[in-house]
Ligand binder design. Structure first.
Ligand SMILES: Cc1ncc(C[n+]2csc(CCOP(=O)(O)OP(=O)(O)O)c2C)c(N)n1
Ligand SMILES: [Mg+2]
Length: 357
């Protein structure tokens, strides 16, 4: 008969801003979030939504191949992005255009990527973001590896590595979490639990009541946060990054949010998603929640909101114009950069294409 408990653990959930836009006074507004910073968060979130609406429209008119919208997940990406410090790195999956833009990736590059242009993955020096990465689960390995290398080089920086709820079923995620723990890697693995992995619902992904508890098996802290509450995301991710930077090791954060759109433009969620579920999430909208709070405190006025709208519209137009201004890629690039020395058969094919061109 077992006669003693050898291990016990609990998973906490953090919410500061309620869906009605009220601050939990027991926790209070997180340190670092003064009125200007709160407005910054709001500005980014409204910009993300506008950018995505434009990108969806561009896809419908044939100017992008496909596009994965982050609409509904703005608080996770703005909150986590603004909680990062200059030298930190972000390791995105494929729905992280928001946090990537916060880190300095131009929106025009995001549009280029989804238009099938490889230059959409080439960022300027000093932009600390890996490129968009579609293979589900791989991001944890990249993020943990990058973090291990930064610790090895004694850099004062941490990595924020993104993954979806679906991604947590991949072996790569588990291997990455294990390495993160064993090597005390300065990484925050952020699960965006948006409740769907294409047509597979969260409850078919795992019967574990939280995804954060997957951390327990690897001996690292796991915490859940209301992903539609930008204040809570900012606090939880910020504290985890600070801890990682100061040698305190990795954290697994599960941000509970909702994908309001189709998986990508190649999907039709009405075929599998109960409409009541979507309706139930609408009042929890992350932008609406912050806006309600900001207006109640008279931090946001009609005038300011209008100004932000106009700025966002202009910025989106500029990103599209910058994308359009990129010269057409050289088709011969298809052959380059694969081998140090190009094999004979590729040289021949390249010469043939050159002739045709
Ligand atoms: C290894 C691998 N398997 C399958 C796919 C196809 N695929 C692309 S996105 C996706 C679902 C991902 O769901 P989740 O991790 O929850 O992220 P979300 O799309 O919700 O952001 C799948 C199966 C892929 N890209 N990579
Ligand atoms: Mg998902």
């Amino acid at each position: 008969m077992p006669n003693k408990v050898v291990f016990k653990e609990q998973i906490q959930n953090v919410q500061i801003l309620s869906p009605k836009g009220k601050v939990d006074t027991k926790i209070g507004i997180p340190e670092g979030l003064d009125n200007d910073k709160l407005l910054d968060l709001y500005r980014w979130m409204t910009f993300f939504r506008r950018f995505d609406r434009k990108a969806l429209a561009l896809q419908r008119t044939g100017r992008l191949g496909t596009y994965p919208s982050l609409i509904g997940q703005e608080a996770v990406q703005a909150g986590a992005g603004l909680a990062m410090k200059e030298n930190d790195w972000v390791v995105p999956s494929f729905r992280e255009q928001g946090v990537m833009m916060v880190r300095g990736v131009p929106g025009s590059k995001i549009l280029a990527y989804w238009g099938g242009d490889e230059r959409g993955s080439q960022f300027d020096e000093g932009v600390n973001s890996l490129p968009i990465c579609v293979p589900v689960g791989s991001q944890t390995l990249h993020g943990v590896g990058l973090a291990m290398s930064m610790a090895y080089q004694k850099k004062d920086a941490a990595v924020l590595s993104f993954i979806g709820d679906g991604g947590t079923s991949e072996g790569d995620f588990h291997e990455g979490c294990n390495f993160a723990g064993v090597y005390n890697a300065p990484v925050v693995i952020l699960i965006q639990n948006n409740h769907w992995a294409i047509s597979v619902p969260r409850h078919r992904q795992s019967i574990a009541p939280t995804l954060a508890q997957k951390a327990i098996a690897y001996g690292i802290p796991g915490i859940q946060v209301d992903g539609n509450d930008v204040m809570a995301v900012y606090k939880v991710v910020g504290e985890a990054l600070d801890k990682a930077r100061s040698g305190g090791g990795p954290t697994l954060v599960e941000a509970v949010t909702y994908r309001m759109e189709d998986h990508t433009t190649a999907d039709d969620a009405t075929k599998y998603r109960p409409p009541e579920e979507l309706e139930a999430w609408k009042p929890k909208d992350p932008i609406l929640r912050l806006e309600t709070y900001l207006r109640s405190q008279e931090i946001l006025t009609d005038e300011l909101a209008e100004k932000f709208e106009k700025e966002a519209e202009e910025r989106v137009a500029k990103e599209v114009a910058d994308r359009d201004a990129m010269p057409a890629p050289d088709p011969l690039e298809t052959f380059r950069h694969l081998y140090e020395e190009m094999p004979a058969h590729l040289q021949q094919q390249m010469a043939e294409m050159q002739e045709t061109l």
